[in-house]
Write a new protein. Structure first.
Length: 241
């Protein structure tokens, strides 16, 4: 393979070189390399914060599964926001596009989605997480009690957790979205609608209305399923998974 990756961090400052399959290296300004380094470092820190919060959720799930003989959490999904989405969000909000601005203004670079079986599991998990003394709650949006106009339901928390690095402690923000399996199923289809740019306005509005009706049905089913589980438990049964 004759591809050569050569990032030269020039200690004397000025210009560094990067050559790919080319005898003529092109010049990369030092400032750009520094920004790239800061960005990589920030993303590493967000990724560590995700691991911290994910571990907290796994511990809660393990404990509750012993206590209640069933797992409140079905799946935990994690994601780091993509650079293009970060830039798009900063631009949409009229904010400077820089690593510093991203760290100051965006709360959802590190994202965790927790999928629960039942609606009460969502509130129990969120309460337990909020009670931990190294977790700071920055904001909560309850889109289950107050769904969005399009029918979107989910419980959102912006948390700050400490992460310990070699020579410092950083408070890092993580967005946690907690929802049921049914809410998650709905949100993935709705997400597709959002990004299908080739749909004309009429089709998009019609599908949006259909989705809104589905959201109502799904919400009704979620509460009914919870009611059934509680009735089974009252009779001394255990709903196991
Ligand atoms: P991604 O890649 O899914 O994270 P914003 O809309 O982000 O400018 P805010 O106040 O930060 O404003 O957002 P909010 O309402 O707390 O919701 C942020 C995230 O919730 C979104 O992230 C989605 O993941 C999810 N969400 C919110 N509303 C909807 C919705 O109507 N449908 C679906 N499917 N998901 C929604 P991002 O940044 O859009 O993208």
């Amino acid at each position: 393979m004759n591809v050569r990756d050569n990032v030269n961090e020039n200690p004397n400052g000025g210009i560094s070189h990067y050559a790919v399959n080319s005898p003529q290296p092109f010049e990369v300004p030092e400032q750009l390399l520094n920004t790239a380094k800061q960005f990589r470092e920030s993303m590493m820190q967000y990724s560590c914060a995700i691991r911290e919060v994910k571990t907290k959720l796994e511990v809660l799930n393990d404990e509750l599964s012993i206590r209640n003989s069933r797992n409140p959490i079905e799946i935990i999904k994690v994601r780091l926001k993509k650079p293009a989405s970060i830039v798009e969000k900063l631009q949409r909000r009229g904010l400077p596009v820089s690593v510093e601005s991203m760290r100051q203004n965006l709360d959802d670079i590190a994202g965790i989605r927790v999928i629960c079986s039942f609606v009460d599991d969502i509130y129990e998990i969120s309460r337990m997480l909020a009670r931990q003394d190294d977790v700071t709650i920055i904001a909560v949006k309850d889109y289950i009690r107050s769904p969005k106009e399009n029918g979107y339901r989910s419980y959102h928390m912006i948390l700050e957790v400490p992460v310990y690095f070699s020579n410092c402690k950083q408070q890092i923000r993580v967005e946690v979205q907690i929802r049921t399996i049914a809410m998650d199923f709905w949100a993935s289809l709705d997400h597709q609608l959002k990004y299908k740019k080739q749909l004309d306005a009429e089709d998009a509005a019609e599908i949006g209305e259909e989705l809104k009706k589905c959201a109502e049905i799904i919400a009704g089913t979620d509460w009914k399923m919870l009611d059934i589980r509680r009735r089974i438990e009252e009779k001394g049964g255990v709903v196991q998974r």
